[in-house]
Design a protein around this ligand. Structure first.
Ligand code: FMN
Length: 393
């Protein structure tokens, strides 16, 4: 029997991820909420990422002899068996949202049966996280100029037991998130007057931040970020003229499951195969850095077709419903990943809110698979999809 998890009354009233987002908006000062929810430039891609899912309809298969408890949502990705196919994408600075931060997030992700990806820009070190959270974990490396430093990070991740590496490739320079620039939420933060007023109107969040110090815990041994501004970080530290030769070097040096995160074309997916990567994460990083890129879902089919079964494909971005997950899997993704639903959950109620976000998505997927007559993820194919106009794909 699938067991219903009990939540506080406030969270029980959050019936879906959109409700959690609304609660998060109430709980957070505007600069922090905008940091999570905002996107680059005019936020065209931000809207497009979610809207892309509405283009497709799912056609149920009736009389499939299924019941809810028999539905198998499991998948394997980056060498890990997952009970259900939604990975928690890497997202940095989680304690800014709630002091429970990455440790509680990872523990709840593992408790729900899926994988946690620790951002390179996390506020807990990769060693500390692996001591506290024992389920499938991936380490997210943001390439830097120095190969020595990347080697050191890889050694540390290997020693700490991370099963796979996720290499973020889509931030060759600092993006233009105008909400954050207006609010003054940069490094170091210099909030606008309106930002300070919003903070003052959220005393609980402020109280939660007593003793809080913003830092990139994985890098403190290499430099001291509070003295470094965002321009320095992106233009000197993380800017490394990343090329395919470096990607091949990373794959070889790591020597285990390794994903490239930020691919949006069939051509780059083929190059990822040639570079020896095991997994392609189709992503525009939640449209946070570069606007007017295609929605990941809109290029998923051509990427899956280009690489066949040479690499695993994961769809990242815009997932808010169980049906979104199943559409991506029907097109050819092995799993999906997302960050904002979990960030909204953490903001809404710390650890319990994170658990609620996971529970909502997992429950929706199971129910939707039952409606579709899909006993396992492999039962889902493009034949289950229609465009809203009724055409087949
Ligand atoms: C607050 C925040 C911080 C993020 N930090 C990182 C990061 O450190 N590394 C990375 O590869 N992606 C980062 N991302 C992007 C996510 O991994 C993911 O690609 C994106 O959020 C997907 O969009 P969705 O959450 O709207 O589904 C971040 C996203 C958010 C919302």
């Amino acid at each position: 029997m699938t067991e219903a998890v009990k939540f506080s009354r406030r969270l029980e009233k959050c019936h879906n991820i959109h409700d959690l987002q609304r609660l998060a908006k109430r709980k957070l000062p505007n600069p922090i909420y905008d940091h999570i929810a905002g996107g680059a430039d005019d936020e065209v891609s931000l809207i497009g990422n979610e809207a892309a899912f509405a283009r497709y309809a799912l056609v149920p298969r009736q009389c499939a002899g299924l019941e809810l408890d028999a539905v198998d949502m499991s998948t394997t990705v980056l060498g890990q068996h997952l009970e259900w196919p939604v990975i928690c994408s890497p997202w940095g600075m989680q304690s800014l949202v709630h002091r429970d931060g990455e440790v509680a997030m990872a523990q709840e992700v593992h408790r729900s049966g899926t994988a946690f990806a620790l951002s390179g820009a996390s506020e807990v070190s990769l060693e500390d996280l692996s001591r506290e959270a024992s389920g499938p974990s991936f380490f997210n490396i943001i390439p830097t100029r120095s190969r020595e430093l990347m080697e050191s990070l890889m050694e540390r991740a290997r020693a700490a037991g991370y099963g796979a590496l996720i290499v973020t490739v889509d931030v060759p320079t600092q993006g233009n998130r105008e909400r954050s620039r207006r609010n003054g939420l940069e490094l170091p933060p210099s909030f606008s007057l309106a930002g300070w007023m919003s903070i003052a109107m959220h005393p609980r969040w402020l109280f939660d931040k007593i003793g809080y110090k913003m830092e990139f815990a994985n890098y403190t041994q290499y430099f001291s970020p509070p003295e470094r501004d965002l321009d320095w970080l992106f233009n000197e530290f993380f800017t490394c003229k990343l090329n395919w030769e470096t990607m091949a070097w990373l794959a070889e040096t790591w020597g285990g499951p390794i994903a490239i995160k930020g691919v949006l074309s069939a051509d780059d997916a083929r190059r990822s195969v040639d570079a020896g990567l095991s997994t392609v994460i189709v992503s525009n990083q939640g449209a946070r850095h570069f606007d007017t890129t295609p929605a990941p879902l809109s290029v998923l089919a051509e990427i899956c077709d280009a690489v066949g079964d040479q690499v695993e494909v994961v769809l990242d971005g815009g997932i808010r419903r169980g049906t979104d997950v199943l559409k991506a899997i029907a097109i050819g993704a092995r799993a999906v990943s997302t960050a904002r639903p979990f960030a909204y959950g953490l903001a809404a109620a710390g650890r319990e809110g994170a658990a609620r976000a996971l529970d909502i998505l997992k429950t929706e997927i199971r129910r939707d698979m039952c409606f579709l007559g899909a006993g396992c993820l492999a039962d889902l194919t493009r034949a289950d999809l229609r465009l809203w106009q009724g055409e087949t794909l």
